[in-house]
Design a protein around this ligand. Structure first.
Ligand SMILES: Cc1ncc(COP(=O)(O)O)c(C=O)c1O
Length: 466
């Protein structure tokens, strides 16, 4: 096959030629600007999965040829992932889980935390890197500044004030709301200086930037890292938790059963080696192969090429948006600093609910974005300066089954295959919305908060049916 590059990757995106129905009965190319949620699969991943399906069989249990082949493929997938983030196998274990959420929950269960220990996480965290810690330790938020960036002074202050109680700093490598990049290695050095450990939620970072665990003698190394395959051009439910072996060698796994043991008697359990000990049940070997192939594809394209391309798209979008009156950008809106953030851009249009903006983009432009609070409610409410009173009234509304007035943003997020014409198509649609030139007559479903054009019903079975 032709070598994958940043210039030809678009042709290698499965389903890139899909055309979707619009409000006026015509069809348009699908413009996917919702990559921060889930990115489409790459053709090499699709092909490798199909190739593997002929051979796949029970992993680590069977003596047959296919079983042995599958076991080798599954083990090799671990090695490819470890090498991708430069996790030395003497020091780290690479555990396959379902997704980032499961990885964080596993770590929260496996770290020996007492209720009075402190876990610091920031206000910008995805709920998946917030809620698991609340049940395990005393948690404190690191503030964000007026641009939604991490308040490093506040981090400094907390590290000094609670130096003897902080056991972990759990921080996202990049925000899934504002695309803000956190200086994870600098933070790691500060965290190690007080004898604590650092966990990086790299769900957003890994698909867009090179990430390395670092060497143990360097205080900037990362102790634990998690990410998800479905955000990096592989489908299927595979997530990764890379972590210090010492953490997982001690204690019992959080999920126990088949596949986790060496020997069980009626009274004793002898746990298996890592990572088997932490991968209970029959593993998702197909998903592991998909992730490994996606990583090889991204490496072929080059992480620096991916970063440079997405920076150009981000700068271009910010330049266009800055010229549009009535559009508000949250986080850093400066096109000049596009290389210091990810291509995740949140916005609102004055006077138009976020749910309606997203619906118009989909029904009149064939453009997919995400709207709402993106599983980061504390951060989005902060960015929108929502008062405590308003939050109380939203709580009451939600309790009564309505999502009609819930605040939120519209999020545009790029993948490495997006192109400038797609940005221009988005900007043109936003301009129409600002000028109230959209065509549809939209009605809101109060229960979900979503808007749908009157009289239009999705006929998905024409496109895909089970
Ligand atoms: C920063 C961040 N962390 C964690 C997650 C959770 O990932 P998953 O849904 O794959 O578990 C997401 C998903 O959007 C995310 O953006």
């Amino acid at each position: 096959m032709q070598r994958l590059t940043i210039n030809n990757v678009r042709e290698q995106v499965v389903g890139i030629d899909a055309r979707v129905p619009l409000l006026d009965g015509t069809y348009a190319p699908y413009i996917n600007l919702d990559n921060a949620a889930t990115a489409p699969a790459l053709r090499p991943v699709f092909d490798k999965v199909n190739e593997f399906l002929r051979w796949y069989s029970s992993v680590e249990r069977g003596s047959g040829f296919k079983s042995r082949l599958s076991t080798e493929a599954y083990n090799k997938a671990h090695r490819i992932v470890s090498e991708f983030v430069k996790a030395d196998s003497e020091r780290y274990t690479t555990i396959f889980v379902k997704n980032t959420t499961e990885a964080v929950n596993k770590l929260a269960h496996r770290l020996p935390l007492a209720k009075e220990d402190i876990v610091l996480r920031s206000l910008m965290e995805h709920h998946s890197n917030d809620l698991p810690w609340r049940f395990k330790a005393d948690t404190k938020y690191i503030d964000v500044n007026a641009h939604g960036g991490l308040d490093l002074d506040h981090l400094d202050y907390l590290l000094k004030k609670f130096s003897d109680r902080i056991k972990l700093v759990a921080i996202s490598g990049a925000s899934n709301v504002t695309g803000c990049l956190n200086p994870i290695h600098e933070i790691a050095a500060q965290v190690h200086a007080i004898g604590a450990k650092i966990f990086v939620d790299a769900a957003q970072l890994v698909p867009h930037r090179k990430v390395e665990m670092g060497l143990p003698e360097n205080p900037e190394h990362i102790d634990y890292l998690a990410f998800s395959a479905h955000k990096m051009y592989a489908p299927y439910g595979t997530g990764v938790l890379v972590g210090l072996r010492e953490t997982f060698i001690q204690g019992d796994p959080d999920c126990v059963g088949g596949g986790t043991i060496e020997l069980v008697t009626t009274g004793e359990i002898h746990w298996a080696h890592l990572p088997e000990k932490e991968e209970a049940g029959t593993p998702n070997a197909v998903g592991a192969v998909a992730l490994a192939e996606a990583i090889l594809s991204m490496q072929e394209i080059g992480m620096e090429n991916i970063a440079a391309h997405e920076t150009r798209l981000t700068a271009h979008l910010l330049q266009q948006l800055n010229k549009l009156d009535g559009v508000r950008i949250y986080g850093d809106a400066d096109p000049e600093s596009a290389s210091h953030r990810l291509g995740v851009i949140p916005l609102t249009i004055d006077g138009v609910p976020h749910q309606l903006v997203a619906a118009i983009l989909a029904f009149e432009g064939g453009i997919a974005v995400r709207n709402g609070c993106f599983c980061a409610h504390p951060y989005v409410l902060n960015l929108l300066h929502v008062s405590r009173d308003r939050i109380e009234s939203y709580k009451n509304e939600v309790a009564q089954g309505s999502h009609e007035h819930l605040p939120g943003l519209v999020r545009v997020s790029f993948g490495c295959y997006n192109e400038e014409w797609e940005v221009d198509a988005l900007v043109e649609q936003l301009r129409r919305i600002v000028r109230r030139e959209y065509k549809g007559d939209y009605v809101q479903d109060k229960e979900t908060g979503e808007f749908q054009p009157k009289g239009i019903f999705d006929d998905f079975e024409r496109f895909f049916a089970l």
